[in-house]
Design a protein around this ligand. Structure first.
Ligand code: CUA
Length: 160
């Protein structure tokens, strides 16, 4: 039989406990707090993204698909540093699927007081869905440093 030093046994126990605790925390975040992992929904050419399709000027923003169900196409852009659109208004109870992409560099898209927080990469479309049950204003901000105007990248979702 292999002899294991008593300290070694303690460290094995500590490691096992850490694994269990972290698994529980991830489970609670995922199933209780609604933690979502954004996935690249689609690929898109950042050089032509504004020319036509859902990220062209005419198509950007909110669209109602069915009663209470919306999709929002949002474009993040540096120089000028801003989101298009920078304001979205939905009724209370609306379920909104956000499709966000970048026309240039890496940006972020975090909606305050929600579980939406995603990285926005040029060439990829990030997608997350959220239901807005309470009236209020939910600011969204860029969470990735994207240049000298980074701090100007913000907008808001108005739920009323
Ligand atoms: Cu866009 Cu920071």
């Amino acid at each position: 039989m292999i002899h294991i030093h008593v300290y070694e046994k303690w460290w094995i126990a500590v490691t096992a406990i850490m694994l269990i605790v972290l698994s529980v925390l991830v489970g609670v975040a995922g199933f209780v707090n609604g933690f979502q992992v954004p996935q690249p929904f689609a690929r898109i050419d950042p050089n032509t993204v504004k020319a036509s399709g859902p990220y062209s000027e005419a198509e950007l923003g909110l669209r109602e698909l069915a009663p209470g169900k919306y999709e929002a196409h949002i474009l993040a852009q540096a120089s000028p540093w801003r989101y298009y659109p920078s304001e979205i208004t939905v009724p209370v109870g609306a379920t909104v699927t956000f499709y966000v992409t970048s026309a240039d560099v890496q940006h972020g898209f975090k909606v305050q007081d929600t579980n939406i927080n995603m990285m926005v990469l040029p060439g990829q479309v990030a997608k997350l869905t959220r239901t807005f049950d309470k009236a209020g204003e939910f600011p969204y901000v860029c969470t990735e440093y994207c240049g000298v105007g980074h701090q100007n990248m913000y907008g808001k979702i108005i739920v009323k």
